[in-house]
Design a protein around this ligand. Structure first.
Ligand SMILES: [Zn+2]
Length: 420
C-alpha cells in the first residue's frame, strides 16, 4: 500500500468514526433498558450541553421536525461490544460465513482473514449511534471538547432519527439495493452534519484551542490499526459515505432539502445510480438477470444476489488500476450472483453479468482477463479455467453478457465448463 493511499484510508476512517454508523436497524425494535456506565460528571455535563444545542437546532438545519423526544445515553466500549457487537455477530454468524466465502472466491481476501473478528473489533471504534430513537455516544471515542466534530457527529445521528420519523425504508432485497439505500441515508446525514457546522467552520478562527484530546486514550483510535482490514472490504464498507454525500449534495444543489426528501419517495435502486447520478435522474435502472444453476447433487443454494456496479468495480480494482476498473465496470446492466455450498466444505458460484452493449461486455471481459493474468497471476489450466489449488475460476462472453463461475472443486467446475 502506498503512503498516499494509506493516509487516505486513515483519513476516511477518521471521518467514518466521526460520523459513526447506523448498523443497528436490524436489531429488535423493543427498547432496551440500559445500565448507566460510570461517566465523569464534567464529561457528562459538556456532552449533555452540546447534545441540547444540537437538538434545538437540527430541525431548522435539516428542515424536518422531530415530533418526538430524543434521549442521550452515554455508554462505553465494553457496553457496545457486549450489547451490539456480540448480538450482531451471533445473529449474523451464518451471513458472515457466506460473505467471507464470497470474498475469498472472488480473490478479494485470502483465507487468513477472519471477517467475524474484524467486524467484532469494529465495535470498539464506534463514536455514536442512533438506536431505538435515542442517541448513544461512546465515552472513549466521542470527544465533546472538540466541539465542531462533536456537533457534526450528533447532527449526523439526529438526522438518522429524522429519517426514521419521516421516511419509509424500502424493501431492499439485494446487496446492490442495500448499498444504494445506505448511500442515500448516510449522504443525507453527512450533508446535514456539514450544514450544521458550516457557520462555525466559517468562523473557525474564533474557536480557540479548547479542543483538547484528553479523552482519547483508546488505542483502537489509532487509524493505522485499520491496516488489518483488507482494502477491498474498506472500499465496500465505505461506499455509502464515499459516494453518498456527492449524490445527496447534487440533489441539494438542485433543489435544496426538498429535492433530497423527494429521493426518499423514489429511492435509488442500484449502486450504478449512486455513482452516476444522471442515470438515477433519467430513471435508468437494471434488467433482471436469471440465476445460473449447476448440476450435481449435494449442493445447496446459500446466496442469490445482485452485487451491482460498485462491487464489480472493487473486484477489478483489487487486481488492476482504479482507472481500468472504473472503465470496465461502466455500462453495467444487471447481474445475478449465486453461491452454492456442499457438506464437504466446497463452494461453487455462478455470476452472470449483463452489459449495456457488446463493447461494454468486451471491456469487462478483457479487464477480468488482465486481473487474473497480471494481477492475481493465476495459472491458466484446461478448458479456460484459471487458478491453483483449491480456488478456480472460469468465465465466458455471451454477446452482451459475461458468465463467471468459480469453485474450490476443480472437477465440478470442469464439468460445468463442458456444458456452458
Ligand atoms: Zn450514519
Amino acid at each position: 500500500m502506498t503512503n498516499k493511499k494509506r493516509s487516505l484510508i486513515a483519513l476516511t476512517f477518521v471521518i467514518v468514526l466521526l460520523t459513526s454508523t447506523t448498523l443497528f436497524y436490524w436489531f429488535s425494535k423493543q427498547k432496551t433498558q440500559i445500565k448507566e456506565v460510570n461517566v465523569n460528571p464534567e464529561y457528562r455535563e459538556v456532552t449533555e450541553k452540546i447534545f441540547e444545542q444540537v437538538l434545538s437546532k437540527i430541525e431548522a438545519v435539516r428542515g424536518l421536525s422531530l415530533n418526538k423526544k430524543v434521549g442521550l445515553k452515554i455508554v462505553d466500549v465494553n457496553w457496545v461490544k457486549k450489547n451490539w457487537g456480540k448480538e450482531f455477530i451471533e445473529s449474523a454468524s451464518r451471513d458472515l460465513f457466506i460473505e467471507q466465502k464470497i470474498y475469498e472466491a472472488l480473490f478479494l481476501i485470502n483465507e487468513s482473514v477472519n471477517l467475524k473478528k474484524i467486524m467484532y473489533d469494529e465495535y470498539s471504534l464506534f463514536t455514536a449511534a442512533a438506536w431505538q430513537g435515542d442517541i448513544y455516544v461512546v465515552k472513549e471515542n466521542f470527544n465533546p471538547y472538540k466541539k465542531i466534530d462533536a456537533e457534526k457527529v450528533l447532527a449526523h445521528e439526529m438526522t438518522h432519527i429524522l429519517q426514521g420519523v419521516h421516511f419509509m425504508k424500502p424493501k431492499t432485497e439485494t446487496y446492490d439495493s442495500k448499498q444504494a439505500w445506505s448511500a442515500l441515508i448516510e449522504g443525507d446525514a453527512m450533508l446535514a452534519g456539514d450544514k450544521f457546522v458550516e457557520e462555525e467552520i466559517f468562523n473557525k478562527s474564533r474557536v480557540s484551542a479548547k479542543t483538547t484530546v484528553k479523552v482519547f486514550n483508546n488505542p483502537f483510535f489509532n487509524p493505522f490499526n485499520y491496516e488489518v482490514i483488507p482494502e477491498p472490504l474498506i472500499k465496500l464498507w465505505l461506499f455509502p459515505y464515499h459516494y453518498g454525500e456527492d449524490f445527496v449534495l447534487y440533489l441539494y444543489k438542485k433543489g435544496g432539502w426538498k429535492e433530497v426528501n423527494n429521493a426518499y419517495l423514489n429511492p435509488p435502486q442500484t449502486t450504478e445510480q449512486i455513482i452516476h447520478i444522471k442515470k438515477y435522474l433519467k430513471n435508468e435502472s437494471f434488467l433482471k438477470v436469471p440465476s445460473v444453476k449447476i448440476n450435481g447433487s449435494g449442493w445447496e443454494e446459500a446466496r442469490n444476489d445482485r452485487l451491482g456496479e460498485h462491487f464489480i468495480y472493487v473486484t477489478l480494482s483489487t487486481w488492476t488500476t482504479e482507472k481500468e476498473a472504473e472503465k470496465a465496470s461502466y455500462g453495467w446492466g444487471g447481474d445475478n450472483f449465486t453461491l452454492y455450498l456442499n457438506k464437504r466444505g466446497d463452494y461453487f458460484f455462478t455470476w452472470l453479468i449483463r452489459w449495456d452493449n457488446l463493447n461494454d461486455s468486451e471491456e469487462f471481459y478483457q479487464c477480468l482477463t488482465k486481473a487474473l493474468r497480471d494481477g492475481i497471476k493465476a495459472k491458466k489450466l484446461l478448458n479456460g479455467i484459471w487458478g491453483e489449488e483449491g480456488k478456480y475460476i472460469w468465465f465466458k462472453e455471451y454477446k452482451d453478457k459475461v458468465l463467471i463461475a468459480g469453485s474450490s472443486n476443480f472437477e465440478q467446475l470442469k464439468n460445468f465448463t463442458e456444458i456452458n
